[in-house]
Design a protein around this ligand. Structure first.
Ligand code: XIL
Length: 330
C-alpha cells in the first residue's frame, strides 16, 4: 500500500472517530459548533474540518448590521446568504450572530438621536434579518455586549437614546419575526466571578420579570490562558437564572512568546471549559470562534501580544488543545 493511501485512510478514520459534534451529542448536548465566513468558505482544509467535526455554524462577520444594512433601508444579503446556504446544505444548525450590537454598526445608526426613529430602525433591522431566515435558526444573539467590564450599561447609541428598553424592543421584534428561534443575550467577560456576572444576572432577571421573551445567555468566552478560576461555577450561576446557556465564541489565547508549557496550560483550560458545559445541565452547546490559529481574530486584532487560541494550528494540524477537548468528551 502506498504511504499516501495509508495516510488518507488514517486521516479519514480520525475524522470519523473523533467528530466533536457527535461526541458532545452523546452527552445530551445540542451541538459543537464553529464559525464560517467569506475568509474561510473557499478554504477546503477548513470546510472539510467543519463538515467532519462540527454541527453548527455561526457567521463570524457577514450577518452583522454593517454587513447587511450598511446604508439605511438598503439590505444586501449576498454574503449572509452564502454562509446560511453552506450551513443548510451541509446539514448544520445556524446560530444567528448578531442583531443589536454597538460594534460593526454603521455610522448612520450611531448618529440617531430621536427615540422613535431609533426604535423603528431597530425594529426594521431585526424584522428583516430574522424574517429572512425564519425557521432556519437555532438561536439568535439578539443583543451583544450591553454591559461594560464593571457591569454598567455600555454607553452605546442604543442605551443613550432608549435606555434599557432597547433590549426589550429588540427581543420583542425578534420573537415576532421568528417565534421558533431561541433568543439570547450574548456577553463577554462572564468567565470569572465579579460585578459583571452579577450585573448580567440581575439584568436577565429584570428582563424575564417584565415578560421579555429571552431564552438563553451566551457566554462568549474569549479567554486568556491561565486566568480561569472555576469556569464551571460561573456557567452554573448563569444557568441558575433558569435560562439555557451556551458557550458562544470560545477561544483561549496564549500570551506571547508561546512555549510548550503554555500550550499545555491551554489544553487544560480547554478541558475545563468543555467539562463545565457537560456538567451544567442547561448548557446546550459550545461554539469555537475559529477552526485554525491562522484565521483567528485574536492574531489579527492583537498581533504580537497573544497567539494560537484554537484547536488547529497555522498549518491546520490538530494541537494538544484538540486532544484535550476530544478526551474531555469521552
Ligand atoms: C470579531 C470577528 O472575529 C473579527 O473578524 C472582526 O474583525 C471583529 O469581530 N465579540 C463578538 C464577535 O461578539 O462578533 C467578535 O468577532 C469578537 C468579539
Amino acid at each position: 500500500m502506498k504511504l499516501t493511501t495509508i495516510f488518507s485512510a488514517l486521516l479519514s478514520a480520525r475524522l470519523v472517530s473523533a467528530a466533536l459534534d457527535e461526541k458532545i451529542k452523546t452527552k445530551g448536548k445540542k451541538y459543537f459548533g464553529n464559525v464560517l465566513d467569506l475568509n474561510t468558505i473557499d478554504d477546503d482544509a477548513i470546510t472539510d474540518i467543519l463538515k467532519a467535526e462540527f454541527g453548527s455554524i455561526t457567521p463570524e462577520n457577514s450577518w452583522k448590521w454593517g454587513a447587511v444594512q450598511h446604508v439605511r433601508g438598503t439590505f444586501d444579503f449576498t454574503a449572509a446568504d452564502m454562509i446560511a446556504n453552506w450551513a443548510i446544505e451541509n446539514g448544520k444548525l445556524l446560530q444567528g450572530h448578531v442583531l443589536a450590537w454597538h460594534s460593526q454598526l454603521p455610522s448612520w445608526v450611531h448618529r440617531i438621536e430621536d427615540a422613535e426613529d431609533l426604535k423603528s430602525i431597530i425594529e426594521t433591522h431585526i424584522t428583516t434579518m430574522v424574517g429572512r431566515y425564519k425557521g432556519k435558526i437555532d438561536s439568535w444573539h439578539v443583543v451583544n455586549e450591553v454591559l461594560t467590564d464593571s457591569g454598567d450599561p455600555r454607553d452605546s447609541v442604543f442605551y443613550r437614546v432608549l435606555g434599557e428598553e432597547f433590549i426589550d424592543i429588540a427581543f420583542h421584534a425578534a420573537k415576532a419575526a421568528d417565534p421558533g428561534a431561541k433568543l439570547y443575550i450574548n456577553e463577554y467577560g462572564l468567565e470569572v466571578a465579579g460585578p459583571k456576572v452579577d450585573a448580567l444576572i440581575a439584568l436577565v432577571e429584570r428582563l424575564s420579570a417584565r415578560g421579555v421573551p429571552i431564552d438563553g445567555i451566551g457566554t462568549q468566552s474569549h479567554i486568556l490562558s491561565g486566568t480561569l478560576k472555576n469556569y464551571g461555577a460561573q456557567l452554573q450561576a448563569l444557568a441558575d437564572t433558569g435560562l439555557e446557556v451556551a458557550i458562544t465564541e470560545l477561544d483561549i489565547r496564549i500570551e506571547e512568546p508561546v512555549t510548550p508549557e503554555k500550550e499545555e496550560q491551554q489544553a487544560k483550560d480547554f478541558k475545563e471549559v468543555t467539562k463545565a458545559c457537560l456538567k451544567v445541565e442547561k448548557c446546550v452547546g459550545i461554539t469555537l470562534w475559529g477552526v485554525s490559529d491562522n484565521y483567528s481574530w485574536v492574531t489579527s486584532v492583537l498581533p504580537g501580544l497573544y497567539a494560537d487560541p484554537l484547536l488547529w494550528d497555522d498549518y491546520i494540524a490538530q494541537k494538544a488543545a484538540y486532544d484535550a477537548v476530544d478526551t474531555a468528551l469521552d
